[in-house]
Design a protein around this ligand. Structure first.
Ligand SMILES: C[S@@+](CC[C@H](N)C(=O)[O-])C[C@H]1O[C@@H](n2cnc3c(N)ncnc32)[C@H](O)[C@@H]1O
Length: 247
């Protein structure tokens, strides 16, 4: 019923940002022989083995959780680094840094953006995907105690145990705040994509409809700032310094 209802909504309300990032955006940025950091890739590396071998990519998995890294498919990462991205300092050696569904779990996104900028070389690219802190599910995520929301999520969507359940802070996780942090750390914005889709409320049709009504109104009032999720392509201009201000 939720899916049938959604057919009447504009396309932007039906496109899954997660899938768009992984299937459409990331592949366009893979260059043969590139050195790639998958930041927060954990047990789900962004680039599959077939593509890695085909393009001769070197992939470094950086994650705060050693168990997540160890659970990745064998050979997915050439090298792994167990570190908190917000206190990491890169050596500006990467062509590309991919960071999907991670920044919402970081308590200091300013420091994390600085680290991402330090990982890539001048002329390199950062690909970001994250949910916005203004999304209704993000607000619930912040308000509800962690144990409750894990229990609810796993009850309603048992398969989410594979990818969800990490503590989330949503520190400065709105499109405008992340864009400002990117610029602050010397990253220029090449493109941004905004999505108004998630399926957290589809288990209960009346809730789904109420949430969709709120979204339509919110988008009317705030435009792209009302997006549920967004992705960014960021470039470090050649010659930009690695170290930038931190607050
Ligand atoms: C929701 S998962 C996303 C995994 C993968 N990127 C994907 O899109 O399927 C979040 C990942 O970020 C990692 N993570 C959370 N906080 C982090 C931090 N401060 N520094 C580095 N990794 C972190 C978690 O361990 C986990 O592997």
């Amino acid at each position: 019923m939720a899916r049938s209802f959604d057919r009447f909504l504009p396309d932007a309300f039906r496109r899954d940002g997660n899938r768009d990032f992984a299937d459409q955006l990331v592949p366009t940025q893979l260059v043969p022989g590139a050195l790639i950091y998958d930041v927060g890739g954990g047990k789900h590396p962004n680039v599959g083995e077939w593509r890695r071998l085909q393009l001769g990519l070197s992939i470094v998995g950086l994650d705060i959780d050693a168990e997540e890294l160890a659970a990745a498919p064998a050979g997915a990462y050439e090298r792994t680094i167990c570190a908190d991205i917000s206190s990491y300092r890169g050596s500006a050696d990467a062509d590309l840094a991919i960071c999907q569904a991670v920044l919402e779990h970081v308590s200091n996104t300013d420091a994390a953006m600085r680290a991402l900028a330090s990982i890539i070389k001048p002329g390199g690219t950062v690909l970001l995907f994250l949910p916005s802190r203004t999304a209704v599910y993000a607000a619930l995520n912040r308000i509800l105690p962690h144990v409750w929301k894990r229990w609810l999520l796993y009850r309603i969507y048992p398969r989410s145990q594979q990818v969800q359940g990490f503590p989330a802070y949503y520190d400065r996780c709105t499109p405008s705040q992340i864009l400002n942090l990117a610029r602050k750390h010397g990253l220029e914005v090449e493109s941004a994509r905004y999505f108004f889709y998630s399926d957290y409320f589809s288990f209960c049709f009346p809730l789904h409809v109420a949430w969709r009504m709120w979204q339509l109104l919110f988008r009317l009032l705030r435009g792209n700032q009302a997006a549920e999720t967004f992705s960014l392509v960021l470039h470090k201009a050649a010659g930009k310094p690695i170290e930038t201000r931190n607050t």
